[in-house]
Each structure stands twice: as structure tokens, then as C-alpha cells.
Design a protein around this ligand. Structure first.
Ligand SMILES: Nc1ncnc2c1ncn2[C@@H]1O[C@H](COP(=O)(O)OP(=O)(O)OP(=O)(O)O)[C@@H](O)[C@H]1O
Ligand SMILES: [Mg+2]
Length: 464
């Protein structure tokens, strides 16, 4: 099973650990994710007919749209790509064409599957690598008898056989001793000469690749790589690094790349998710000039991919029918209905994210696993400084964020970053030299530090 089969409730619970509020959006993505799993478990002929219900997340800046997608990606083993829609240009213009996202997703999936496989063969690869390293440290003696031996008379040869036998036993014992030393890391400073294949990526190849040829599904590096044969070279490295290199090489040999490619393509087709951020940026303006004219073109180019088509990648054809698309945008100066109708229709589910207020900010500051307050406390702890915040201080920070968001631009939770940075600026600078080793931030500190800035609208626009 590809998906771990989390229930929608479990998915929401996991998202809750990082994102405060926004329950509608969490529900929608949780259902969409569960639907993938459901589809994979219905009879095959029907499964082909069930297409994903793509989602548009609408909400002001800094309220968690991208964060939800980012966390969702980590939950599930699905190949997941986040890309800004504004990066694309219409086919025929200079820039990235929309099909490149499918190619990127394939590349991503391939790496995922490959590293899974590498994990699977790791023990085996490590064993072989160890033997190879021992061979390097103590070259095995040649097994074949030399011609000169045969020419000599039988008696001498027998004697030599006996000597060889003794020698062999001695070598075996030495090898085991070396193995022992190796395992105990006692050889870590020994140097060995290793033959490595140089990865060929000269400047010329880079230029070719940059010219967008990769986007045509051609593997320029491989092509040119076979024109210029791979070069071997001797590298002198310490034992641990040699082991690493050998392990890597052996793992490559043990992995069946055909199988990996097939699995990777399959995963993309069956459970790929593409998060199209900034979809509102490809809404055509009324008086658009220059590059703007191609925005609608980009929307048109997106249609077949979202609906389902075949995209050629360097690893083979990919069917996009079952890839889930989650689009997101602030839609501050436009609406989803400004997208071309055909594209709107391909995103049947709309969820709105709420703008964040004081209570949300208090929770965002303290609750998530990666909450800002936790971040700063841990950072200061590395300086031997015990930093803490009183409840009133946190409420006060949240209040300031709300006020500044109202008075100037509403940038959502991102406001907390600038405020915390301003508030802790002095401590951040002085921490290593401070005499006191415990600092408690209370409401008074917050007011002293920030009030002056808030009072002056220009100043807060500038600093916060
Ligand atoms: N609801 C939330 N709960 C916890 N943290 C949040 C929330 N909303 C935003 N944040 C924090 O604020 C930062 C910005 O949020 P995010 O990147 O999701 O914004 P966005 O909605 O994608 O905005 P934009 O439209 O500008 O891309 C994130 O790093 C995240 O940590
Ligand atoms: Mg975003």
C-alpha cells in the first residue's frame, strides 16, 4: 500500500500540531487525501473512472495556506510538489512550461523510491563494501599458479603449495584482525587509494542543460556523458569515507533501476499531489501589457494537465488523470471567478481560510511543535540563557500583531516574526556576553520595546 491510510480525523489531528485554526481547509485536504486511499482500494475498472476533486484554498497572505500543504506532504508518502503558478509561462515563451511540473514530480518520486530501495539494500551493500575495503587494505593473493611454477619440477611445486597454504592461513587471520580493527573504528585515520568514476558535468553540459533541454524530456547529461566516456580516477581517502563511497557504489549496483523507475512513475500517477501556489497571480489583469498577456495562456496550458493527459518525461509517459491538484491564492485583488471558466470547473472544491486574530496569534506563538516562542527559547538556551515569556507578554505580543496588521498591511502570522525579532533584537545580540543567565519577558518589556514603534504608524510600517 502506498498511502499509510490515515483517516481524515487523524490527518486533521496531525495538521493541528502545526497549524492553528483553518479547520475547513484542513478538512478539505484530509478528505482529498483519504479519497486517494479509497480510490486505490476500489475495483480497478472503477478506480480508473474516479478522478480527484481538486481544491482551491483562498485566503489572505500569511494565514497558513502553504503551511498546510507543506505539512500534508510530510504526512503521506505521496510524491508532492509545491510550485508557484506565477513561475510558468505559456508554451512558446521563454520560461518554464507547465508540463515541467510533472517532470519535476517524477524526478522527486524517483528520488523517494530510490532512497527507499537504498535503505533496503543497505545492509547488503555495507557487507560487500567491507569486503572490498579489506581487499584494498590487504590485497588478496593471486589464486592461479604462475607459469613458472608449472615449469619447475614437481617436488618444488609441492613445497611451494605448502608455503602458499601457510601464507593463505596467515592472510586470512590478518584479514580477520583488520576486520576487527575496522569495526572498532581503529583504522579511521588510515588512507586508502580508491578508484572512483568521475561524475562528468563539465561547464558545457551545464550550459546545455540550462537552456531548457531537460524540459524537453531529454537527458542531456546522459547523452553527452556517453559521448565523453566516464573517466576513472584514483582518489586517496580515509577509511570511513572510502567505506561510504564503496557502500554507495554497491547500493547503486544492487538497485534495480528499471523497477525503481516503474514504481516511481506509478506513484506519481496514483498518488501524486501538486500544490499550485499563487494561482491568483496568473489571473489576467484588465490592462495587461507585456508578459501579462500570457497569463491566460498559462491557465489554458494548465487545463489538459489538471484534467488528465499524457506528459512525456525522460523516464516515460505519465498519465496525469489521478494527480491531485491543490491550488492556493490570496485573491486579494481578484476572485476565483476571474480564472478562465474551464479552469474554475476543474477545481470543484473551494475552501476559505480565515484571517487571524489575537487569540489565534497567542496559540500560534505557543502551541505548534515549532512555535516561535519555543524556537527563541531553545536558541537562547544554546547561549546558556534561560529565556521565558509570561502569559501577559504573549498576549501583549499577539495584541501588537493584531493592531499593526489592522493599521498597516495584514500579513497574517508573518507579523509575529517581525515583532519577535524586534522585541528580542537586543537579547539576540547581547546573549553571549550577558551576566544574567535568566531573562523573563513580561508585558512591561513588550510595551517598553514596542509601544513607541506602534504609536508611530510610519515607524511601524517601516520596522514591523
Ligand atoms: N494558522 C496558522 N497556524 C500556525 N502558523 C501559521 C498559521 N498561519 C501562518 N502561520 C505561520 O506563518 C507563516 C506563513 O504562512 P504561510 O506560508 O502558510 O502563508 P500563506 O497563507 O501561504 O501566505 P501567502 O499567500 O503569502 O503565500 C508560516 O511559516 C507559518 O509558520
Ligand atoms: Mg503561500
Amino acid at each position: 500500500m502506498i498511502s499509510k491510510g490515515l483517516t481524515p480525523r487523524e490527518i486533521v489531528e496531525k495538521l493541528d500540531r502545526h497549524i492553528i485554526g483553518q479547520s475547513d481547509a484542513k478538512r478539505a485536504v484530509a478528505i482529498a487525501l483519504r479519497n486517494r486511499w479509497r480510490r486505490q482500494n476500489v475495483p480497478t475498472d472503477l478506480a480508473d473512472e474516479i478522478s480527484p476533486k481538486n481544491i482551491i484554498m483562498i485566503g489572505p497572505t500569511g494565514v497558513g495556506k502553504t503551511e498546510i500543504a507543506r505539512r500534508l506532504a510530510k504526512l503521506d508518502n505521496s510524491p508532492f510538489l509545491k510550485i508557484e503558478a506565477s513561475k510558468f509561462t505559456e508554451v512558446g515563451y521563454v520560461g518554464r512550461d507547465v508540463e515541467s511540473m510533472i517532470r519535476d514530480l517524477v524526478e522527486l518520486s524517483l528520488n523517494m523510491v530510490k532512497s527507499d530501495e537504498q535503505e533496503n539494500v543497505r545492509t547488503k551493500a555495507a557487507e560487500i563494501a567491507e569486503e572490498k575495503l579489506l581487499d584494498l587494505l590487504l590485497p588478496p593473493r593471486p589464486k592461479e599458479k604462475m607459469v613458472s611454477d608449472m615449469l619447475n619440477n614437481a617436488e618444488e611445486a609441492d613445497e611451494k603449495d605448502q608455503r602458499d597454504e601457510d601464507q593463505a592461513q596467515k592472510t586470512d587471520a590478518t584479514r580477520e584482525k583488520l576486520r576487527h580493527l575496522l569495526k572498532e573504528n581503529k583504522l579511521d585515520n588510515r588512507l586508502v587509494d580508491l578508484e572512483v568514476t568521475e561524475t562528468r558535468s563539465g561547464p558545457m553540459i551545464e550550459i546545455f542543460s540550462a537552456a531548457g533541454m531537460e524540459d524537453m524530456g531529454l537527458n542531456v547529461k546522459d547523452m553527452l556523458g556517453s559521448v565523453f566516456p566516464q573517466k576513472k580516477k584514483i582518489k586517496t581517502v580515509k577509511v570511513p569515507e572510502a567505506l561510504e563511497i564503496l557502500e554507495e557504489e554497491e547500493a547503486q549496483k544492487l538497485i534495480d533501476m528499471d523497477k525503481v523507475t516503474k514504481t516511481a512513475l506509478d506513484r506519481v500517477e496514483q498518488s501524486g499531489i501538486i500544490f499550485l501556489d499563487e494561482i491568483d497571480k496568473i489571473v489576467g489583469g484588465d490592462t495587461s501589457h507585456g508578459p501579462d498577456v500570457s497569463r491566460e495562456g498559462v491557465q489554458r496550458d494548465l487545463l489538459p494537465i489538471v484534467e488528465g493527459s499524457n506528459v512525456n518525461t525522460r523516464y516515460g509517459m505519465v498519465k496525469t488523470d489521478h494527480i491531485l491538484f491543490i491550488a492556493a491564492g490570496a485573491f486579494s485583488s481578484s476572485r476565483p471567478s476571474d480564472l478562465i471558466p474551464e479552469l474554475q470547473g476543474r477545481f470543484p472544491i473551494r475552501v476559505e481560510l480565515d484571517s487571524l486574530g489575537k487569540e489565534d496569534f497567542i496559540r500560534i506563538l505557543t502551541e505548534p511543535n515549532n512555535a516561535l516562542v519555543k524556537q527563541y527559547t531553545e536558541m537562547m538556551a544554546t547561549e546558556g540563557l534561560k529565556l521565558s515569556f509570561t502569559e501577559e507578554a504573549i498576549a501583549s505580543i499577539a495584541e501588537v500583531a493584531t493592531v499593526v496588521n489592522e493599521r498597516t498591511e495584514n500579513i497574517g502570522a508573518r507579523r509575529l516574526y517581525t515583532i519577535m525579532e524586534t522585541l528580542l533584537d537586543e537579547i539576540s545580540f547581547e546573549a553571549p556576553d550577558m551576566q544574567e543567565k535568566e531573562i523573563i519577558i513580561n508585558a512591561q518589556c513588550v510595551e517598553e520595546k514596542l509601544n513607541e514603534i506602534i504609536e508611530d504608524e510610519d515607524l511601524s510600517r517601516y520596522i514591523l
